[in-house]
Design a protein around this ligand. Structure first.
Ligand code: LLP
Length: 413
């Protein structure tokens, strides 16, 4: 896998660009993405399927910047969306509606209407009531809408509880034991094409075991559905693998995972679908921030940076680990400190008791592996304008989202 971020002459670079140059020119906090890394990670999925019929649907929620979506569309990606807003972004970026799947547990009437009018490929449905709604809207449009039930296989993804979705205790999907009866009943609805099943048990999975266990359950279900006369042709396996936020966490490669899936599904005549987000964009992106102050209390050292939980909420929300490295490597001296932002909450931290480079006021650091679920989860909390986003492409870069201004903060009020 391409590692786009590395030191050259003690300066952290990406695709030949020195990150400190971007920080100086565009200011901080600032998200930076490597287009080469994003494309490489997308293509790894696409290639891994080989000759098996398939489509990769990039999970827009991981990073929905229009420039990034446009790049993905040009590379041939489909899109997994979870809201009308995400559909709007995909269409605006030139995405093909015929390569869009709509997931999510609470699609509104307006969103279903918009998706049907746009001609999306399929809905991943999570309740019988939702199927009925889609059927009635499709009838009004005089079309037949493709839908797949999202199966809840009761498999523990063994990931952070907030991003685990495959147990019967979770709000997601339909209990695998009830899926067939719902297909049987829904077969009578005249404006649905029920040709698929989908399943997503969680995010940031570092092990293929739960994924393959869920797949076994779903394949047994496919057999049962087919035996009952339901023409199941598509299998959507949900999100992709997790990523290595630290050296200790090493997920299997995309090729390994997809080849295991292909082996299990060979000869079944199923179109394979996958909705990766994190594994395509996480390690392709960083959040650049500037050290503002250092301060020492009775028993702690604090490094106060100009990015905060409103820019990257993952540490506060999921106890997530992001490596923090200096943009200029000075020497081997390290400190142990809490790295925190300016927001008025003790939950506003990026790292606690972390050993990191001996950085000083004015130095820049990068929060690594921040390309997924970073900017998309940013807010204006504490009336902080959201950060700029930059895409690096070869030796150049361009701002793909301007830093917000104070005027942006009050627009609409
Ligand atoms: N498909 C569905 C139905 C999903 O719910 C998700 C993620 C994906 C695909 C993409 O999964 P991925 O390939 O990225 O693992 N904000 C959290 C992650 C939330 C994931 C939600 N669903 C975080 O920062 O870790």
């Amino acid at each position: 896998m391409l590692e786009p971020y590395f030191y050259r002459d003690n300066e952290l670079t990406v695709e030949g660009v020195t990150l400190a140059d971007i920080a100086k020119k565009e200011g901080t906090p600032c998200y930076v993405y490597s287009s080469a890394a994003i494309l490489e990670r997308y293509q790894a999925y696409d290639r891994a399927f080989g000759i098996a019929p398939h489509q990769v649907y990039y999970a827009v929620k991981a990073n929905s910047n229009l420039s990034l979506l446009r790049m993905m569309a040009e590379a041939g990606a489909g899109f997994d969306i979870v809201s009308g807003g995400e559909l709007f972004r995909v269409l605006k970026a030139g995405g093909d509606p015929a390569k869009v799947v709509f997931s999510g547990v609470g699609k509104s009437r307006e969103e279903v209407e918009y998706a049907i009018a746009s001609g999306i490929h399929s809905f991943n449905c999570e309740s019988e009531a939702e199927l009925a709604l889609i059927n009635s809207i499709a009838a009004r449009h005089d079309v037949s809408a493709r839908a797949a039930l999202r199966v809840n296989p009761n498999v523990d993804a063994r990931t952070h509880p907030y991003i685990s979705t495959g147990l019967h205790d979770h709000k997601f999907g339909i209990n695998i034991d009830h899926v067939k009866e719902i297909y049987d009943r829904a077969a009578g609805l005249g404006h649905l094409k029920l040709e698929g099943v989908s399943c997503h048990i969680g995010s940031q999975l570092l092990d293929t075991k739960p994924l393959l266990e869920a797949l076994d359950g779903v394949l047994a279900l496919v057999e049962k559905l087919r035996a009952a006369g339901h023409p199941i042709q598509e299998l959507d396996m949900g999100g992709g693998l997790g990523v290595a936020y630290t050296d200790e966490q090493q997920p299997p490669s995309t090729e390994t995972y997809i080849q295991l899936v292909c082996k299990k599904t060979a000869g079944l005549g199923l179109k394979l679908m996958v909705e990766p987000g994190r594994s395509i964009v996480a390690s392709a992106g960083v959040l650049l921030t500037r050290v503002m102050y250092r301060k020492t209390t009775a028993n702690k050292e604090f490094v106060i940076v100009d990015a905060a939980m409103n820019d990257l909420i993952r540490p506060a929300l999921y106890q997530a680990h992001h490596e923090i490295v200096p943009l200029r490597h000075r020497d081997a001296v390290t400190i142990t400190a809490d790295v925190v932002g300016p927001v008025c909450e003790s939950g506003d931290f990026f790292a606690r008791d972390r050993e990191l480079a001996n950085v000083f006021s004015g130095d820049y650091v990068a929060l690594m592996t921040a390309g997924a679920y970073g900017f998309v989860q940013a807010s204006n909390y504490n009336s902080r304008p959201r950060a700029a986003e930059v895409m690096v492409d070869g030796a150049g870069w361009k701002v793909i989202r301007k830093r917000e201004t104070f005027e942006d903060l009050v627009r609409g009020e």
